[in-house]
Write a protein that binds this ligand. Structure first.
Ligand code: DSN
Length: 411
């Protein structure tokens, strides 16, 4: 073992094991998933797709990729899956390419309101290649479907984009399809419907919320958040007429050789995600998130409420500090979160008025509802400086010690 890397990895495992991970986009894959990700599949070039590769010797790799595709299709009940995207951003890059011409109009939600960098942020490729316009949330910070209908008529986009990184409520994909269809019926520009389900893919796989694949033309995702697989991306569709365009947008347009070791890991994770155990897990994630949100609210903090795996805590209103400070304070006692802008944000994103809190990772390690409420108490006591940090750190360690080792998770 490379001693320098070994030392850093051991320190990272210690950090993860000794702390409480509440970043809503994080999770821990099983040791089975991790094992195939470091398998010999790492050593194989396989540009192209199963049965039509640019290299010889791909018969086993073809089998792995076909299995991953079939498992993804079955899990989400769709006709087409591309398992090659290296990340969610790459998946979005390719989805835009498959549906749009350069400069086409896209209607999406801004990063500040819960969108994503690749949903038209000025610093992302998306806004350089396409003409992004935005819809607002309603005054209650929820999607306002009438407002969206009006924005569709104003902007006449070529693509409407839903699916978010910091939106704590249910999304009515069926209603969005209806709104887009009725807009399309009287518009000269046809708007495709795309959903980036990266955050809620696990909730969808567990059938605990609407499945966007039933309504959208194209659905993108990551595989490492609530889906609990390896770090990577995914594109799904029921529109077989788009399959060729999506395939060539990933390879050769956006990517070269696929990471077949990671694709093997995706296949293992999709199998785990299809089990009844996963539904139980996802149900617990939702319960824990709500328990923590509700306990913070009971203590007087301003929280968003939640209908999924995350919620937003307005630390500026609740504690008079910005998100950056809150993130650092919590990190000093072993609780990892991220600063996050909130609806109606008044501070720059580097400071932000809130933090985003999610329970997908903590629940994988074994967090109970009672512990989720205790964690709310620790967050509250830390940010109100009610108790000495060393006592809070000890309490965090006690909870983390009662959980499974991050190197030894089997589902
Ligand atoms: N970085 C991810 C998140 O935290 O939501 C999105 O890509």
């Amino acid at each position: 073992m490379d001693k320098q890397i070994e030392k850093l990895l051991n320190k990272e495992a210690k950090r993860q094991n000794g702390g409480i991970e509440l970043i809503a986009s994080e999770n821990y894959p099983s040791k089975e998933t991790r094992a195939v990700c470091s398998s010999i599949a790492i050593a194989k070039y396989a540009e192209g797709y199963p049965g039509r590769r640019y290299y010889g010797g791909c018969e086993n790799i073809d089998g792995i990729e076909r299995l991953a595709q079939e498992r993804a299709k079955k899990l989400f009940g769709c006709a087409y899956a591309n398992v090659q995207p290296h990340s969610g951003s790459q998946a979005n890059f390719a989805a835009y390419k498959a549906l749009l011409n350069l400069g086409d109009r896209v209607l999406s939600l801004q990063l500040n309101d819960g969108g994503h960098l690749t949903h038209g942020s000025p610093v992302s490729f998306s806004s350089k290649l396409y003409d992004f316009h935005f819809y607002d949330l309603g005054i209650d910070a929820r999607l306002d479907y009438d407002l969206i209908a009006r924005r569709l008529d104003e902007v006449n986009p070529h693509l409407f984009l839903a699916g978010y990184s910091a939106y704590p409520y249910e999304i009515d994909f069926k209603r969005l399809r209806e709104v887009i269809d009725s807009h399309n019926a009287q518009s000269q520009t046809h708007a495709y419907f795309m959903v980036d389900m990266a955050h809620i893919a696990g909730i969808i796989a567990a059938k605990l919320t609407q499945n966007p694949v039933d309504y959208a033309d194209i659905v993108t995702s990551t595989t490492h958040k609530t889906l609990r697989g390896p770090r990577g991306g995914l594109i799904l569709s029921n529109r077989l007429d788009l399959a060729k365009k999506i395939d060539s947008a990933i390879f050769p347009y956006a990517q070269g050789g696929p990471l077949e070791n990671i694709i093997a890991g995706k296949a293992v994770a999709f199998r785990e995600d299809a089990s009844p155990k996963f539904v139980k897990y996802m149900t617990k994630v939702l319960e824990n998130t709500k328990a923590c949100n509700d306990e913070l609210s009971r203590r007087g903090a301003k929280v968003s409420g939640t209908e999924n795996h995350l919620f937003l805590l307005d630390v500026l209103t609740s504690f008079g500090i910005d998100g950056k400070t809150a993130q650092a304070e919590l990190e000093s006692i072993g609780i990892t979160t991220n600063k996050n802008t909130i609806h109606g944000e008044t501070l720059p994103p580097a400071r932000a008025s809130g933090i985003r809190i999610g329970f997908a990772a903590a629940t994988t390690r074994g967090c109970s509802k009672k512990q989720a409420m205790q964690i709310a108490g620790l967050i509250y006591d830390c940010l109100t400086r009610a108790k000495p940090k060393k006592d809070l750190r000890k309490a965090v360690e006690k909870i983390a010690d009662s959980w499974k080792d991050v190197n030894d998770l089997s589902f």
